[in-house]
Design a binder for this molecule. Structure first.
Ligand SMILES: Nc1nc2c(ncn2[C@@H]2O[C@H](COP(=O)(O)OP(=O)(O)OP(=O)(O)O)[C@@H](O)[C@H]2O)c(=O)[nH]1
Ligand SMILES: [Mg+2]
Length: 326
């Protein structure tokens, strides 16, 4: 059988340096790309076609447990692609709890998952960084699995590989080997990790083309992905104003009280007259009291009054509203 890279799951090959899985020494277990991500934080982008990932989902045996990992800060607008392609028992894991403020109703976050209309058997909130709720997660895995295979699926960057590594680190003597990064498509093919009597299968993430992550360069990606607990910023708006998140997003509004949840590394500016930002696409959107305006990949804004606002975003990014998460 062809050997796979321990970092990303790509089939190892030594013939084409521009393709995935490239190695220079025949006995290497990790490809050049993973070696560079791991040791230098250096990243070579490989954009995969979602069809390859969907095929992996379609081939999951019906009896195996599927863990659907979602980044709590970056919840997807829909799970249709997942719903359409797997028919298994699903355990939902909301991860990156450490990114959201300490004080909040976790029940409300768990409740939110119901809006996706997927058939899931249970859900749990964890943080791989703070090691939060892993005993509970392991208990649930053992309770629900009917076979010894457990698949880890979800969108790219959700934190799937980090979760598997954390389980290995916490509950075994093995060294975690899967390469992780904040950049899209880190894992390129499925990776099997034997752990006691379970085989965890980490899978490549689905790309979300409506997310800002899909359109920006690496330096911007590093800024928009929060590394620490977000400090929300509240604005009282009583006249025509616009608020800009660097040159990535602008909102024009005139009467509201909003709270913005974005990475602390991003600069926020308020202007009392309109400010032009080039290359953004304008759209109007009605946001209601108690709703969030979500800018996929960038964050969300909680509203306390109904208002028809104008937003300007990178073309392709699909802003939407949802019942407030916090
Ligand atoms: N703050 C925080 N960051 C996390 C957590 N889990 C993962 N991350 C970070 O999220 C980014 C993505 O993690 P990965 O584990 O590579 O995500 P993935 O879902 O495997 O992504 P793909 O392989 O591209 O599908 C990395 O920068 C991780 O360090 C967490 O619980 N908290
Ligand atoms: Mg991964």
């Amino acid at each position: 059988m062809a050997k796979k890279c321990v970092g990303c799951g790509a089939i190892l090959q030594s013939t084409d340096s521009t393709k995935e899985g490239y190695i220079t020494k025949e006995d290497s277990v990790m490809c050049e790309r993973c070696f560079r991500i791991k040791n230098y934080g250096d990243y070579k982008s490989i954009v995969k076609d979602n069809n390859a990932f969907i095929n992996i989902l379609k081939n999951i045996d019906r009896k195996d447990l599927v863990i659907l990992v979602m980044d709590i800060f970056n919840l997807p607008s829909s799970l249709d692609l997942i719903k359409e392609n797997i028919n298994n028992d699903i355990l939902v894991v909301l991860t990156k709890r450490d990114i959201l403020p300490k004080v909040l109703y976790e029940e409300r976050l768990l409740e939110y998952v119901k809006n996706y209309n997927i058939n899931y058997i249970d859900s749990v909130i964890v943080s791989s960084v703070n090691n939060y709720n892993f005993d509970l997660l392991m208990e649930k895995i053992d309770r629900y699995r009917k076979t010894n295979k457990v698949y880890i699926v979800g969108y790219t960057n959700a934190g799937k590989s980090t979760l598997v590594n954390k389980i290995i680190k916490n509950y075994s003597d093995m060294l975690p080997s899967i390469v992780t990064s904040m950049l899209p498509n880190t894992t390129l093919d499925s990776i099997e990790i034997a752990f006691k009597d379970i085989t965890f299968i980490d899978t490549p993430g689905l790309l979300n083309e409506s997310s800002i992550e899909y359109y920006v360069d690496i330096n911007t990606l590093k800024k928009i992905n929060p590394k620490k607990t977000i400090k929300p910023i509240t604005y009282q708006v009583k006249s025509k104003q616009c608020i800009c998140i660097e040159d990535l997003f602008k909102i024009n509004l005139s009467n509201n009280n909003i709270t913005i949840f974005i990475s602390n590394a991003l600069k926020l500016d308020r202007y009392y007259k309109d400010k032009e930002i080039k290359d953004l696409e304008e759209k109007k959107i009605e946001v209601r009291k108690g709703e969030d305006l979500v800018i996929p990949g960038l964050g969300f804004i909680k509203f306390t009054k109904n208002e028809l606002v104008k937003v300007s975003v990178i073309k392709g990014v699909q802003v939407y509203t949802r019942k407030s998460l916090i």
